[in-house]
Design a protein around this ligand. Structure first.
Ligand code: FES
Ligand code: FES
Length: 174
C-alpha cells in the first residue's frame, strides 16, 4: 500500500508491504540510520522514535501505522546547527559512552521534558526505564536529563518539534 510518513517535518511517500516495520522504513527506505536496532524484540529501546510526540519502539510498529503521522528521529532533534537541550545535556554531562542507546534515550527524555519540565530523579528513571544502556550505569544519563530540564526552564524552550520541511519520495517500492 502507499503511505506518507512525515519524518522530521518532511513527507516521505512510498509503496510498502503491510509487514514492513517502521524502523526498516526509516533506516532503509528513508536512509536515516540514527535510529538503531538492538534487539528487534521490544526490549532495548534503541529503536525508539516519537510518533506524534509519543515514544514508540519502531521495531514493533508497522510503517503503515505511521501513515499520515509525524515521526521524530534523532536526526530531527537539532534545529539546524543548534543542538536540542537534551543533546546538549548528554554532551555536557557525559551521558553516553558507545552511543548505541543514545538516540532512543534522548528521544524518550525529550518527550518527558515536553510533558514535565521539572521531573524528579524518579520521574526521569521511570521515563527511561524501557531503554537499556550497557555502558553508563544510567547515572550520567539522569544527570544529562536534569541538565536539559534546567536549561529548558531557563530558556523557556519546551518545544521539541522538528523543523518543517518539504516532501520527498522514499526509494523504490518493496
Ligand atoms: Fe527495538 Fe530493541 S530494537 S526495542
Ligand atoms: Fe553504550 Fe548506552 S552508551 S549502550
Amino acid at each position: 500500500m502507499q503511505i506518507t510518513v512525515h519524518i522530521n517535518g518532511t513527507a516521505h511517500t512510498a509503496e510498502v508491504e503491510p509487514r514492513l516495520l517502521l524502523v526498516h522504513f526509516i533506516r532503509e527506505r528513508v536512509g536515516l540510520t540514527g535510529t538503531h536496532i538492538g534487539c528487534d524484540t521490544t526490549n532495548c529501546g534503541a529503536c525508539t522514535v516519537l510518533v506524534d510526540g509519543v515514544p514508540i519502539k519502531s521495531c514493533t510498529y508497522l510503517a503503515v501505522q505511521a501513515n499520515g503521522r509525524q515521526v521524530t528521529t534523532v536526526e530531527g532533534m537539532a534545529r539546524g546547527r543548534e543542538l536540542h537541550p537534551v543533546q546538549q545535556g548528554f554532551k555536557e554531562q557525559h551521558g553516553l559512552q558507545c552511543g548505541f542507546c543514545t538516540p532512543g534515550m534522548m528521544l524518550v527524555s525529550s518527550a518527558l521534558l515536553a510533558d514535565n519540565p521539572d521531573p524528579s530523579e524518579e520521574d526521569i528513571r521511570w521515563a527511561i526505564s524501557g531503554n537499556l544502556c550497557r555502558c553508563t550505569g544510567y547515572q550520567n544519563i539522569v544527570e544529562a536529563v536534569k541538565w536539559a530540564a534546567r536549561r529548558m526552564r531557563e530558556t523557556n524552550d519546551a518545544d521539541a518539534a522538528p523543523a518543517s520541511g518539504g516532501a520527498t519520495s522514499a526509494s523504490a517500492p518493496e
